[in-house]
Design a protein around this ligand. Sequence first.
Ligand code: ATP
Length: 974
Amino acid sequence: MTVRMRTGQAAPGIDAAAAGGTVARDMAFLAPDAVAAALAVDPATGLDPGEVRARAARWGPNALRARPPVPAWRRLLAQFADPLVLLLIVAAAVSAGLWLREAAAEGQSGLPFESLAILAIVLLNAAIGTIQEARAAQAVAALRRMSAARARVIRNGTRQEIPAAELVPGDVIRIEEGDAIPADARLVRASALLTNEAALTGESVPVPKGAHPEDALPKDALPKDALPKDALPKDALPKDALLLDRRAGGETDPAEPRTMVFSGTTVSAGLGLAIVTATGMRTELGRIAGLLEETTDEVTPLQTELARLGRRLGLAVLAIAGVLAVTIVLADHIRTLPALLDTLILAVALAVAAVPEGLPAIVTAALSLGMLRMARRRAIVRHLAAVETLGSADVIASDKTGTLTRNVMTVRTVVTASGRSTPGGPPAGPDGPLRSELRQALLAGALANDAVLQEREGGVAIQGDPTEGALLVAARTAGLGAEARRFVRLAEIPFSSERRRMSTLLRETGGPSCLVAVKGAPDVVLARSSRERVGGRDRPLTPERRDAILAANAALAGDGLRTLGLAHRAVPEGEATAPDDRIEQDLVFLGLAGMSDPPRPEAREAVARARAAGIRSVMITGDHPRTAAAIAAELGIASDGTALTGAQIDAMAPGALDEAVRRVSVYARVAPAHKLQIVRALQRNGLVVAMTGDGVNDAPALKAAEIGIAMGVTGTDVSREAADIVLADDNFATIVAAVEEGRAIFANIRKVLRYLLSSNLGEVATMALGVVLAPLLGLAAGPGEVVLPLLATQILWINFVTDGAPALALAVDPVDPAVMKRPPRPRGEGVLTGAMAWSLSFIGIVTAACSLFVFDACLPGGLVAGSGTLAYAQTMTFTTLVLCQLFNVFNARSAEASAADGLFKNRWLWGSIVLSLLLQVAVVYTPVLQQGFSTVALSPGDWLFCAGVASAVLVLEELRKAVARARRSAAPGA
Ligand code: ATP
């Protein structure tokens, strides 16, 4: 694709430039200075607040247009899309029509209360469904806002981090390895910058970028005289414009601007400073067919499984309802249209009530409310599916720095040729050489550095990498601030986890030559050094000295310190060209810095909690094996003092890693590629892996892991994009908290399922057995008459009262601490297990038995003779069934534990029960509802009788659980 910028309309500076008569049509082909001038900004200081406000007012937020939300009325209408519901409405309407015709013929007045009650309940149900869905949607939207992109800008002379949406044209942005580029921008500085433009072009080959077109290309691919300057209209270019042509290298379009970076693409390596040329919908990304922000709803495996379950249940219920209707019609000799219609309504009402149609919305609500709860515990879930998988995690493989440790670095020791010293403290040993070596080493550390110290009240704050910040602080404490400022940076080669080092090329003001300052992993820096600094002199590095330095390094690491090697080299001015690996050779080794990074106090406890929950914690780090082992021992991850290194993994025979990952819990000196190998090996052992990562190259491992976890504070945008979960505080303990929440959410979904399915089964069984056992119960109906335990309206009411509020309340049941005492849920275990199916069938049958017993006892004849009317018996049965379901709420809270455990923990549950009871009282005593639902008033004794019988649902299930618990503790190995 040709990504050609025409920023004329996009940037106000261009307007200004045009008004001033300058031709500035295409940012890509201007020199950096001209770009800055055209956009009216100084790249060193950025825009000032007033200018930002003005530009924001003019150009609006830097955001893609979102798809308009679905209006509430359409969501409400969608609730009626269920064919069963439609059938019910049509049947109720026809029935009402017939009633009205008959009433008119017979000269009666009044209203078809039954049909109206049905319609009212269907409407109410739809309204509740809409509200449940809206609540779930709100929760999802809140999570989206939390994971909004951020951008690093220079404004008003200082570096800041702002929400990417607040960027304006002319803003100066800093982009680094792993960043998602927040807007279209023109580079004014770049070092070793490569971007991945797959989002725009579909090609994921890294594209070299530069402030000047020729920087961005391999030198030999750009024969200057081969540039077809006439590829563009001459007047389109200012005289000093630099023209970029990849066609000169062979394949692509002449206008492809290597000097531009584009919104939506990412930085694969290097860093750059750029001026924003276009924001929001005016970026290339925004322009691609007026792209709208995607808000597709994600469907998780659990939701798919539940939808499948719902469909199967629906079919089963339909079949039962059909058989029931046919039986009634045949047994009761039903022939008239109104009676047939009544039977149809009854069957459909039963089907509507028995299908847990609220389940998808309740599950979405449980998932998204659970996600909000996780977010409060600082784990932001990007994919709903991760919530489910979290509960199955067997291994948490975590980075060390910042996740298990605090990432608050302090330089404790510097080891130079003449000995050890403590920055800030009195130098040990003879003052002379040691002091000068320390100063040289710390100076190199401060110069090969991208962090910034900002004065704050009560001290300094570090902006940038804490490792680098610690070196700056140490240099400052040693009084090297002024000396460091004498050096002007010409170029740099940034740090990456693969290179494990960083270098800068500097010119000393007034000095004779240039300097290369290098810091990095000690073995890497030492391998590139040929001499070492001793006092004021450089001496060749002998093999003995190399061994001694490596031994000193191992000793520092053994104390749990993170170590860095420091080196420099003077370069004659003429040789100070753009840096590549070659300048990092023949270095003078200056010393080792040992930094402490204390373990997070909460991490140790989190490791123990994870272990109790059957989850193994594994540490993976780029640091020295000894540092890793020392910290791992402190945290309780492993105590054998060993670590498997990346080099050892490389040397392993195929298959050996699969065996090793079973016992090794500490990995050191690993590159991101090893992380992927470790994940895969763990997975081949059948384990579900949660893996953390922060760098751009961690993305493959994050994607491969079942649960990829990125760092919200120090992580790159690329890693966050690849992850399922982002930790807002980069903290290991947060992962364990998220696992707990994930398990709790899954447990709650099971509670809802247990409740809804057992309750609905109770309703269906009551009706089906009521028909089958009619002779036994003494239900002698006249021909053409339907006598059943419950009426259609009553069934719908039960569904409305009990499926709504109590089910939702179960979905938000508080976390039960016991979830972290159990092993992970086996992978592939369905949401509905065999044991659950048994227990809910048991409850369903008990419910039906209770209701039918009450029905029989209230009517003359049958097994238990009573003396009530049919309306009375139906009201009693109706009330018993409702009470059974309310008792059943307590059953559903746990598969094994007694309902008495944590009985009062969920106030929503109690609220929903009180609400349901009040509604039942209303339907029994209010005249209008009595007419609609054919109920009669009950006496307090009646209520007590119903409640007494209904409590059997709770008592019998408690007994069943007690037996199950006793069996389990008696089982061998328990
Ligand atoms: P983790 O994976 O636990 O975050 P890490 O952050 O220690 O580990 P890397 O960042 O890959 O892993 O660092 C590997 C090594 O590179 C460190 O031990 C250190 O010696 C060196 N190093 C780290 N940061 C820098 C830096 N900014 N500049 C130069 N060298 C560095």
